[in-house]
Design a protein around this ligand. Structure first.
Ligand code: NBP
Length: 479
């Protein structure tokens, strides 16, 4: 038993993660259901470090020093359960199973509970950064017991991305499913970020009249400011790319139907269960869904409405500056909603997640890495119990300064018939929260009318019902 860690499941993610461990000086046992992949990995990359190729589950487990640490990197869902069933009987008390796949956090909670009975630590780990991140340094979100992090943490800190200040982009998120939950919300925010960027692109194209190459330049400029982020950077690259076959902008030859693997949808489903308004994330998920409904779009082809007309070049630049403000303000709302969801999940499941630490570990390696996360970290440093990012004085001031542009861009989009569901849902969230009175009072009246659901009053304690079908007098219903 010579390996400090093992990786089973050697498709692209598992292979790259194993190589990352090896390149950082750890001896890694490697195993895959189809053994030829194990041999291929070792023959191609064996020179990068110390690999121990294991042909069977037994060999794999025997290769690991105790307490064993073994990473499962297989397709999420039933394959993960199958692998756990295969390995668990071979393990001993105190061993740690790490699931690095994109598991649903409820599955992680179940697996953790079941394995705990056997004395095995089960650690669900969210890993972001794609293939390249897995190899060069991902953002790592480990759940599971505190005790398991003591044994695992030093290895993860070594292979994780580092933020600009050198901090490893990993820390113990919280017990059982906390890591996979936070990874899920990360992906939800990623959906919102991407949709907001797409809406900015759409407006620059249709209203500012910019070409994809000009928009690439605009994004490059924005990437040197407060929007500095991986997603803005790659957006510029995609927009500047020319299709080799046709010589046209790449973005014009790609079918405009966005696909999804499910983590954005999970974020919204769980947000509904927790009662957290994540309207920006939800609109991003729905926008992909709308784009994919070829039948609905075909049936709506002839519907009337304005055709966007491009602004005169002299006005386009000022418009683009307002789009930047709309994008930034909406981005603050997307993160406000995402962090609210983490706070709510943490309360619901008793995880005690440190929100500032989550902002910190997203600063490098992951898809939503951005200069902006330093600002969120600073907000939670100043006030760890912050109820909402919008309650932070700096964010409130920034969104206040951006809001004229934000409103005017949405007004223009509506007038010109350009759909901006995430921009406008974000602004609606902002306006709803700051409203003195909401029409929810009327909603309560309607509910009391048709269902005797009762209401509370602004001037007295208690719960009340109006006798709508009688003399409309009011009765107190709570004794
Ligand atoms: P895949 O998700 O494509 O899974 C392929 C691996 O699963 C192979 O090693 C395969 O073994 C193994 N496997 C399957 Br399928 N069923 C199995 C079973 N019943 N028993 C044992 N092994 C089984 O690989 P991936 O794209 O590298 O992703 C791995 C995990 O990482 C997934 O959960 C994914 O969601 C997650 N993730 C992916 C990314 C990304 O950017 N791709 C990022 C972050 C997280 P075989 O070789 O014998 O078929």
């Amino acid at each position: 038993s010579t390996a400090q860690i093992g990786v089973t499941g050697l498709a692209v993610m598992g292979s790259n993660l194993a190589r990352n461990f090896a390149r950082n000086g750890f001896a890694v046992a490697v195993h895959n259901r189809t053994a030829s992949k194990t041999e291929a990995l070792v023959s191609e990359f064996g020179h990068e470090g110390t690999f121990v190729a294991a042909a069977s589950a037994k060999e794999f487990v025997d290769a690991l020093e105790r307490p064993r640490r073994l990473v499962i990197m297989v397709k999420a869902g039933d394959p993960t359960d199958a692998v756990i069933r295969e390995f668990a009987p071979l393990l001993e008390e105190g061993d740690v199973i790490i699931d690095g796949g994109n598991a649903h956090f409820e599955d992680t909670r179940r697996r953790e509970r079941e394995l705990r009975e056997q004395g095995i630590h089960f650690v669900g780990v969210g890993i972001s950064g794609g293939e390249e991140g897995a190899l060069l340094g991902p953002s790592i979100m480990p759940g599971g017991s505190k005790e398991s992090y003591e044994s695992l943490g030093p290895l993860l800190e070594k292979i994780a991305a580092k933020a600009a200040d050198g901090t490893p982009c990993t820390s113990h998120v919280g017990p059982d499913g906390a890591g996979h939950f936070v990874k899920m919300v990360h992906n939800g925010i990623e959906y919102a970020d991407m949709q907001l960027i797409a809406e900015a692109y759409h407006l620059l194209r249709a209203v500012a009249g910019y070409s994809p190459a000009q928009i690439a330049d605009t994004f490059r400029t924005w990437n040197r400011g407060r929007l500095d982020s991986y997603l803005i950077e790659i957006t510029a690259e995609v927009l500047a790319h020319t299709d080799a076959a046709t010589g046209r902008p790449f973005v014009d030859v790609v079918a405009d139907a966005a696909e999804q693997k499910g983590t954005g949808r999970w974020t919204v489903q769980i947000a509904l269960d927790l009662g957290v308004p994540v309207s920006g994330i939800a609109e991003a998920v729905f926008a992909r869904s709308v784009s994919g409904h070829a039948d609905l779009r075909e049936a709506a082809r002839g519907l009337g409405g304005p055709e966007p007309t491009a602004l005169a070049p002299a006005e386009a630049e000022a418009f683009a500056a307002r789009v930047e403000e709309a994008l930034y303000a909406s981005k603050i709302v997307a993160y406000t909603q995402g962090f609210h969801q983490i706070r709510a999940g943490s309360q619901e499941y008793g995880w005690d997640v440190d929100l500032g630490a989550m902002a910190s570990l997203w600063r490098g390696g992951c898809i939503i890495r951005a200069a902006f996360l330093d600002r969120i970290l600073a907000a939670y440093d100043a006030e760890p119990g912050l109820v909402s990012l919008l309650a932070d004085a700096d964010f409130a001031a920034e969104i206040g300064a951006a809001q004229d542009g934000w409103r005017s861009v949405i007004a223009t989009a509506v007038t010109q018939g350009v759909p901006v569901p995430a921009f406008s849902a974000s602004l609606a969230y902002y306006d709803a929260l700051r409203a003195e009175r909401l029409p929810a009072a009327l909603t309560q009246g309607q509910r009391d009318f048709f269902g005797a659901h009762t209401y509370r009053r602004t001037d007295r304690e208690g719960s009340f019902h109006t006798l709508w079908s009688g003399d409309r007098s009011e009765v107190r219903t709570d004794g």
